[in-house]
Design a protein around this ligand. Structure first.
Ligand SMILES: Nc1ncnc2c1ncn2[C@@H]1O[C@H](COP(=O)(O)OP(=O)(O)OP(=O)(O)O)[C@@H](O)[C@H]1O
Ligand SMILES: [Mg+2]
Length: 634
């Protein structure tokens, strides 16, 4: 208990009193402000305290109840009392009236949201002191919670806003705002302050992991946020760093589906069958030579089987797939030989035969097993398809080998009418186009440690191409999340995934990819957002366009830092999906200065507008707006 000091209480009450209630209608309370309190600041024991204005709070004393209201509008009224009219100057005839909306009351344990009793006309209204103010925002859960300082109130630079570590970091956080409004800066400030607070703390290092997905290379600088981090600079133009990965973790169904942008219904089961074939080959073959022999034999068997069919529309695509697998054939001058030349098709009678004169074609019909010397399809053995298949070499790159396996699986599936090639083929094409990207950014080896003894990893994707920018975050987030949920008790208990420019991978509108792949991509992140909390996995996302991001994700976030937003669509989305926002905060969004943001959500109880602190140059993200005059002046 604080010592009871009558004088202090009386002086606080007289200084902090700002007026009295003149009308109540529902939750709306009007307060006439005392004339001598019409200044922007008041002095109290040498402290400068901000006077009331729109957006700030006041308390109303009704007997023993202390009611809290937020000021929404302010206007003036003519003071028509006799003495004012008769004896005072013109300017004094004005009465300042505040319109406030009741939001809660103080109980013995602190601020409670909701309206229990209403004030009465004549009740006195006061400015809040600092303690009451922080109680409303409940920055800390209990007294032993740690806080990090983020900035000051935007309306009053005297009031420091520090947020509780527990509430802020055990939550999903969204940072939104137009370009240049300060999102990346705020994000860096939040994590810089956290890493600074726990610098040198071994428990923090051992029990938490932070994964930053950095599309623009803003956080990979040596001291940005913290110097104690592992940076992977990925580039698809010339290799700089590569992410280490074990072969086993790549030969995993989820990973392969991500590489191939494979969709759930048809492509995924297909890739799963091909993966089984790969494992079967590995188990059966033992060493590479043996595997190669088995694979050649399978190829040959399939080529013979293809030519037992006579339906041209079915056979031709399969022959194309065989061409994709077997090594190319060259003639003595080094020119490519078209393998298709080694078989002919009889358009009238509809069958394949070995080239030669058409009259006797039926004697060389590939599918006729009653012909002399073709009991086991021996005719096929002289086609280029077959001879090339016997030359097949397993490529060194195991993903390329897997692509061959996919083609073989496709041949088998189409032959057995288990799959339709136009559904499956795009996945193989995609994987083929990714091979180069994969080899530029991933390094396959055994016993890898992605975290490399650090608990903070920044993956810089600035120099990566679009396909890689989409693939790597999904791959890393998915595998980090999966690993985390599977070894729930053994692994580090806390994982925080931070994605700046999140529209790159969370956007709902995308014309570059198929609908079903988009759904899969979003599902991965939606699952982390929906289920992650139970496993200690949290996400922080920053984006320019909340309206671009899936509503499931935006509405499930626990805390929001909203910078300047001017687009109507974004404002509507924010108003609709974020239930924590009140009218004043919403209306201020289009006019927030750079570095100011509305903080709403569990961490503050009531939304408030803060100005984020400036950071030391070496810690701030690398994203300065270009200073044209530095370049242009002579
Ligand atoms: N709180 C702040 N104090 C001082 N300067 C700031 C603050 N916030 C942002 N800035 C400056 O404003 C500029 C833009 O900030 P920032 O890059 O964080 O914006 P952004 O919202 O991330 O933009 P984009 O969407 O383009 O990435 C930077 O030069 C940054 O240094
Ligand atoms: Mg940014």
């Amino acid at each position: 208990m604080e010592p009871f000091n009558n004088d202090a209480i009386i002086s606080e009450q007289s200084i902090f009193r700002i007026g009295e209630v003149v009308s109540i209608s529902g939750r709306e309370v009007k307060i006439a402000v005392d004339k001598e309190k019409n200044l922007p600041h008041i002095f109290f024991y040498g402290q400068l305290i901000k006077n009331v204005s729109v957006g700030s709070y006041l308390k109303i004393l009704n007997g023993f109840e202390m009611l809290i209201a937020k000021i929404e509008t302010e206007f003036i009224n003519q003071d028509n009392t006799q003495e004012a009219v008769n004896y005072e100057e013109q300017g004094h005839h004005i009465k300042r009236v505040l319109c406030a909306s009741l939001i809660g009351y103080m109980s013995t344990s602190g601020f409670v949201k909701g309206v229990k009793t209403l004030p009465l006309v004549g009740n006195e209204a006061y400015i809040l002191n600092t303690k009451e103010f922080s109680s409303i925002h409940r920055f800390v859960q209990n007294d032993d919670d740690l806080t990090i300082r983020l900035g000051t109130l935007s309306t009053d630079s005297q009031i420091v806003v520090s947020l509780g570590v527990q509430k802020l970091f055990s939550s999903h956080v969204g940072i939104f705002g137009n370009t240049g409004s300060g999102k990346s800066y705020t994000l860096a400030q939040i994590y810089h302050r956290l890493f600074d607070l726990f610098r040198g703390n071994d428990n923090f290092k051992a029990n938490s992991r932070f994964l930053f997905i950095d599309f623009n290379g803003e956080y990979s600088g040596e001291s940005v946020m913290t110097g104690d981090k592992k940076v992977y600079k990925l580039s698809t133009y010339r290799p700089i760093n590569k992410i280490p990965m074990s072969q086993d973790s790549v030969m995993d169904l989820d990973t392969l589906c991500i590489f191939a942008s494979a969709t759930e219904k048809t492509q995924r089961p297909f890739i799963s069958r091909a993966l089984n074939l790969y494992h079967w080959l590995k188990d059966k073959g033992g060493n590479k030579d043996e595997m190669q022999n088995i694979f050649r034999a399978m190829l040959c068997k399939n080529i013979k089987a293809i030519f037992t069919m006579e339906d041209k529309s079915k056979v031709e695509p399969l022959l194309e797939y065989i061409v994709a697998i077997v090594p190319p054939k060259y003639d003595e001058d080094g020119f490519d030989v078209d393998l298709r030349e080694s078989v002919s098709y009889h358009e009238t009678h509809k069958y394949y035969y070995l080239p030669g004169d058409r009259e006797s074609a039926y004697k060389r019909k590939l599918s006729d097993r009653d012909l002399d010397g073709n009991k086991n399809g021996e005719f096929v053995e002289s086609t280029h398809y077959y001879t090339q298949a016997k030359e097949y070499q397993i490529p060194d790159d195991f993903i390329r080998f897997f692509i061959d396996i996919l083609y073989l699986q496709l041949v088998q599936d189409v032959k057995n009418s288990r799959a339709q090639n136009d559904h499956i083929h795009p996945a193989i094409e995609k994987l083929k186009s990714m091979v180069r990207n994969i080899s530029m950014v991933l390094d396959f080896k055994e016993n890898v440690d992605f975290w490399d003894k650090s608990n903070i990893v920044v993956v810089d994707l600035r120099m990566a191409n679009q396909d890689t920018k989409k693939m790597i975050p999904l791959l890393l987030c998915h595998s980090a999340y999966k690993q985390h949920t599977q070894n729930k008790d053994k692994a580090t208990p806390y994982l925080n995934i931070v994605i700046d420019e999140a529209h790159n991978i969370l956007s709902y509108q995308s014309t570059r990819e198929s609908e079903s792949w988009k759904d899969y991509r979003l599902e991965v992140f939606e699952e982390i957002i929906k289920e992650g909390r139970k496993f200690g996995v949290f996400m922080t996302i920053a984006s320019q366009r909340p309206s671009d991001i899936s509503s499931t994700i935006v509405s499930q976030l626990h805390n929001y830092f909203i910078h300047r937003l001017v687009n109507d669509e974004d404002l509507t989305k924010v108003a609709k999906t974020i239930s924590y926002l009140d009218r004043i905060s919403q209306e201020s969004l289009p006019i927030l200065p750079t570095g100011a943001c509305v903080v709403a959500g569990q961490v503050v109880e009531m939304p408030l507008i803060i100005q984020v602190d400036k950071m030391n140059n070496k810690h701030k993200p690398d994203n300065e707006t270009i200073n044209l005059l530095d370049y242009w002046k002579v």
